[in-house]
Write a protein that binds this ligand. Structure first.
Ligand SMILES: [Zn+2]
Length: 217
């Protein structure tokens, strides 16, 4: 890996973003580089102090609640910094990463959601909790290595067969039987695992009438 490299892994839920991040970390460590993996404090789905993929790969991560905290915990001698669940960090983190890579020539790898359950851009919040216009695409646009990864659609075509086409959306359900689709105005940040979300291809994703996506269909 070259110095001053920005890698961005983005895609829908269940696409394997965290696993890819873990792979990049292991690869750097296998040749003796030191790394630091961070995750947002808000993400406590499976663990307070691990970054956990949906296939239950646990890797120790440092939970970070603010930019000040990150600056205190950052080991300036590390070779590679990794960030999981980027969409839950505040928008100010984008600027920090840009200066880390392009001014300090550090290597950074970031994994995060590009779209929410409505199929719309996952916008990051600011320190006051207000939604901004920033997203993972602000980093993806300038990344040396942008990696868009995909899930497979799990829509049941028959009782025994799932659709299996490329899924870049994730449908959110209110019930575990997945019969009730979450309303458009449901809170975006509800951390859930497989019970409430399922990856969908464009054909099987149920669009919302209010959605900007719907207007473009
Ligand atoms: Zn499908």
């Amino acid at each position: 890996m070259d110095d001053g490299k920005l890698t961005i892994i983005y895609g829908t839920m269940f696409s394997g973003k965290t696993e890819e991040l873990h792979r990049i970390k292991r690869r750097a460590e296998s040749v003796g580089f030191t790394t630091q993996l961070f995750k947002p404090k808000i993400d406590r789905r499976f663990s307070e102090t691990d970054s956990v993929s949906h296939s239950k790969s646990f890797v120790e991560a440092i939970p970070i609640g603010s930019l000040d905290e990150l600056e205190k915990r950052l080991d300036r001698k590390a070779y590679l910094y990794l960030f999981d669940e980027w969409q839950f960090f505040t928008a100010e983190f984008n600027e920090f990463i840009i200066s880390l890579v392009f001014e300090e020539q550090k290597n950074v790898a970031v994994a995060g959601l590009n779209v929410d359950y409505r199929g719309e851009l996952f916008l990051m919040k600011n320190l006051e909790g207000k939604i901004t216009t920033k997203s993972i695409y602000d980093l993806e646009n300038i990344a040396h290595e942008p990696i868009h990864i995909h899930a497979l659609c799990t829509y049941p075509v028959t009782l025994a067969q799932r659709c299996g086409k490329q899924a870049d959306y994730c449908q959110r359900f209110l019930d575990e039987e997945k019969t009730k689709i979450a309303p458009f105005d449901a809170e975006t940040v509800e951390l859930g695992a497989k019970e409430k979300y399922e990856p969908r291809c464009p054909e099987h994703f149920v669009y919302y009438e209010e959605s900007r996506l719907w207007l473009h269909k």
